[in-house]
Design a binder for this molecule. Sequence first.
Ligand SMILES: NC(=O)c1ccc[n+]([C@@H]2O[C@H](COP(=O)([O-])OP(=O)(O)OC[C@H]3O[C@@H](n4cnc5c(N)ncnc54)[C@H](O)[C@@H]3O)[C@@H](O)[C@H]2O)c1
Length: 279
Amino acid sequence: MATEIQVPMLPLKGMRAFVTGGAQGIGAGICIGLARAGAAVAVVDIQTGKTQDIVDQIVAGGGMAIPISADICSEDDCRRAIDDAVAGLGGLDILVNCAAPGRNRNMLGKLSDVDWDTHQQIVLNASAILADAACDHLAASGHGAIVNISSVTSHSIAVDQCSWPYHVSKAGLDQFTRWLAVRFGGRGIRVNAVAPGLVDRDSGHKLTDNPQHRAVVEAIVPLGRAGHADDIAQAVVFLCSRQAAYITGQILTVDGGLGVAEVFGASLRAFKAGVEASS
Ligand SMILES: NC(=O)c1ccc[n+]([C@@H]2O[C@H](COP(=O)([O-])OP(=O)(O)OC[C@H]3O[C@@H](n4cnc5c(N)ncnc54)[C@H](O)[C@@H]3O)[C@@H](O)[C@H]2O)c1
């Protein structure tokens, strides 16, 4: 007897997604990736003009998107944004917590209250409030999915690269992901995280514009390049799709192998590449 094979061309067709930090960078890439996979997307960000630009881009490409302007440091804004998305899209199947504050290189002893509070508010508090506000809608969808955007810095320390409130908030987000997966499993909502490594910007100042930086990235990343927003978006699409129906509570690292590279050898190669490039 022949087995019926059905290939889903648009794995998220008919689904409705809410993405924070969607106005630029990885968040914008995720909005576009979800729309390409068939989802209608609420692009949520504090930057109103850029949010509209991403919506226009998706709509011009034949996709469906709506802009939502919100400061997710405010609980009222978070809850209003979920209500607006549900009203605008007719429900909610997917929540992606991607927004993050700009990163300062804060070291211990130079921490401002504002920096600490902003990280905890945007990365942790907002993710929790949005999950709380969205959970009834996600449960009603029958295949609700939450994806939190973490970082490889949640479990390793990039000395002098990121502020420690950033590292700590992302580590908290990983544990929140596992906790939520257990709490929401019974309601049919899956909760996972994607942890990017070094991701290049799609516009403006790029990580790899500087030849010395590029040489270091090529030396330390086993796949020999920085990631792109679309690399992260594809992982998010998979985790939201029915193909991932039995995956929850997981942190999927998307870093070109950076995290499993042999640390000493990679550091030595990066050092040599840096020396060669500057001599
Ligand atoms: N870029 C990387 O190499 C990298 C690596 C690992 C993890 N990440 C994670 O990926 C995500 C996106 O990173 P990115 O580099 O694209 O960041 P980005 O700074 O380019 O974009 C962050 C977005 O969040 C929005 N935002 C900030 N505060 C907000 C608020 N209060 N309310 C609403 N929106 C707000 C910003 O307006 C911006 O559009 C972040 O969670 C980041 O921690 C990035």
